[in-house]
Design a protein around this ligand. Structure first.
Ligand code: ACM
Length: 655
């Protein structure tokens, strides 16, 4: 793009830069041509508002008639609801005289708006769009994010801002996990004891659900609800124990993991209930697809009930897997009646399952292979578990069509796309953004851009820019943790010192936290771990700086590194002082002390290299011991800067 930085994310299929640019001035207006569609008009207005915010140029927000600087033309502007397989392509032409955005549907045009906003670059005292021709269309039709509102309830405003972020990176499915052992989260008028007794008061009213579905549709995003059955369903049984496989009194669960409670698949009344509920829910969720979960049903309450065991014998169902397959067939027929296509997690895969059922992969890639070989469409999630704290780079390297499987072209077509999963054992509405973003943007690119787009470093470069854009849009992955640190430190200054510490840290993985903290729904989720970022960009940038310095021994890079290490030392000392009367800061003595040690290590290594003196063997040994100690899990956080530091120490040994 004429010497300007390409910060588009996801990367379009084709970007051809040319000479020139278009300046953003107050004269810029937008025309939708002949298209009349209230969703498109609202999207155009939002785009102009955001452009105004990005540039500080006062702009008319309402579309104008006739020809304008920005001309949008949509071939068929009749759509009001996004659907699987909709045409999402668009092309964008920027010349010195204006912008032409062409799309087949309003949803393609919306993607074009997002690309347009990402093209804006500063130039001189103002902002421009570089001259460019872009042709773009998604690689996969299904590009989703799953939000678990069951284990921790996510207030409506959290869901809405998440939809804004999703639209910004061209995602098109919100998979909404709405029932769990820990809560039934949607108002049912037909079965009011579901939310009335199964949610502790935290549920979405039907009006709120309609708002979310409408807000999503206005951004080209489908909403696919999940009601997880037959397991993960304790909350249903609090108000309706007659649905249970074991006669008992049920309570909303606060502990996580796999619970034994399950719906009774042998009683007709269970299916009548599901018919009633799913019919009601189909009225709320217009999308063609409906997720029934089906994961982690352990069969214990089935095998422990003589009536259910007898039923299995009568129907020649040899084990709980076979019984679950029977259950799934019955549920599938109910959903068909309500014109919905069933989706289930890997566990629903069974030779008897109708091919129309979509398999949602979360186990190994062999389940993707198994699903498509049995003729099912598959959605891939296995490597995209955001709660596992995997790095952006690792998730970016994965693929909804795992190369290792050698799928045929026909089989590959059955992979609809993928979804990132944000399970909520360890997040609340306050902290969920920093677990989703910015990593979600890297996964979004994997699902949108051509499979050949693989440059991880270039992804990280663009991700750093996109992360700021997303926080400005209203997400809180940067601003939320800053608020959290201010709360912990009790002052703006103290929070800045804590932020130096958190810039070097990341949360321990899901399993480590679960084991170390024995987390339940009642565990406070507002400590240091909650205000650190998985795969922090600061640590990535530190790694690049160290690598660049080791390559060049350049003085500017040395000065930059010296500053970083001095910050660590100074912040750690300042935090020791703050900790005296701030209990929330006092909880992290190990990491505070190690931060000083690591800072001093870096400063000393730079000194040795500067003096071209090999560091003495006892110093090297002491640093290795410090690095090993710092690599141990402590205080629920781990250092994200140890590898580059280790290479500095190694280099100091032989400058
Ligand atoms: C799952 O992660 N239990 C689908």
């Amino acid at each position: 793009m004429s010497g300007q930085a390409n910060t588009l994310m996801p990367l379009p299929v084709a970007v051809h830069a040319s000479q020139g640019e278009f300046a953003i001035t107050p004269a810029v207006t937008l025309s939708l041509g002949e298209a009349h569609n209230s969703l498109l008009e609202a999207a155009a207005r939002r785009m102009m508002e955001r452009l105004q915010m990005q540039t500080g140029v006062a702009l008319a927000h309402d579309p104008v008639a006739g020809v304008a600087a920005f001309n949008v033309s949509v071939a068929d502007a009749s759509a009001t609801l996004p659907a699987l397989g909709m045409d999402e392509s668009y092309s964008l032409d920027v010349t010195s005289s204006g912008v032409a955005l062409k799309a087949e549907t309003i949803f393609g045009a919306m993607h074009g708006f997002e690309t347009l906003l990402q093209l804006v670059q500063p130039e001189g005292a103002g902002f421009v769009l570089p001259a460019v021709h872009i042709d773009d269309a998604p690689r996969f039709a299904w590009r989703g994010l799953m939000i678990d509102s069951g284990r921790h309830f996510m207030p409506e405003d959290v869901v809405l801002r998440t939809l804004d972020g999703m639209a910004a990176v061209k995602l098109n499915v919100l998979h909404w996990h709405l029932s769990e052992d820990q809560g039934f989260r949607v108002e049912s008028l037909k079965y009011p004891k579901l939310q009335g007794m199964g949610s502790n008061g935290d549920f979405y009213t039907q009006q709120q659900v309609r708002e979310v579905v409408q807000y999503a549709a206005a951004r080209g995003i489908r909403v696919v609800p999940e009601f997880d059955i037959p397991g993960h369903a304790t909350s249903w049984l609090v108000g309706y124990p007659e649905l249970a496989s074991k006669a008992a009194t049920y309570e909303v669960q606060t502990t996580f993991g796999v619970h034994d409670a399950a719906l009774d698949p042998t009683r007709e009344s269970t299916y009548m209930f599901l018919d009633g509920l799913f019919g009601e829910m189909a009225g709320l969720f217009p999308d063609e697809f409906f997720h029934i979960g089906g994961d982690e049903s352990n069969g214990k309450d089935w095998n422990g009930n003589p009536k259910i065991v007898a039923f299995m014998r009568e129907h020649s169902l040899k084990d709980s897997k076979a019984l679950q397959a029977y259950f799934n067939l019955r549920v599938e027929a109910i959903l068909k009646k309500h014109h919905r296509q069933m989706i289930g997690w890997d566990e629903v895969l069974h030779p008897d399952l109708p091919q129309s059922v979509v398999i949602h992969n979360w186990h190994g890639p062999e389940f993707v292979a198994e699903g498509v070989k049995q003729g099912h469409r598959v959605i891939y999630s296995q490597a995209f578990y955001l709660d596992h704290m995997t790095s952006s780079g690792e998730m970016y390297a994965a693929d909804p069509v795992p190369v290792s499987l050698n799928l045929t072209p026909e089989e590959q077509k059955l992979v609809l796309g993928g979804e990132a999963c944000m399970w909520s054992e360890h997040v609340t509405g306050f902290t969920i953004d920093s677990r989703i973003w910015p990593r979600m943007a890297a996964i979004a690119e994997r699902m949108w851009s051509p499979a050949t787009v693989r440059d991880t470093e270039d992804m990280y470069r663009r991700l750093a820019v996109e992360s700021l854009r997303l926080d400005a849009l209203g997400l809180t992955h940067i601003s939320g943790p800053q608020r959290g640190l201010r709360m912990m430190a009790g002052s703006v200054r103290g929070a800045e010192e804590l932020a130096v510490l958190t810039s070097t840290l990341q949360p321990v993985g899901f399993g480590e936290r679960y084991r170390m903290q024995k987390t339940t729904q009642l565990t406070p989720m507002d400590s240091l771990i909650d205000f650190t970022s998985p795969d922090p960009l600061s640590a990535h940038q530190f790694g690049l700086l160290v690598a660049a310095y080791l390559q060049s021994k350049d003085a500017t890079q040395k000065d930059a590194l010296t500053k970083v290490f001095q910050h660590w030392v100074d912040a750690s000392a300042a935090l020791d002082a703050i900790a005296v009367d701030h209990p929330l800061v006092a909880r992290y003595p190990v990491r505070r002390e190690q931060l000083i040690q690591l800072g001093q290590m870096g400063l000393a290594a730079l000194r040795y290299m500067d003096e071209k003196k090999a560091a003495p063997a006892d110093w090297i040994a002491a640093q290795k011991a410090l690095l090993a100690a710092a690599a141990k899990h402590a205080e629920l956080v781990e250092f994200a800067v140890l590898k580059p530091l280790g290479s500095l120490v190694d280099a100091a040994a032989k400058p």
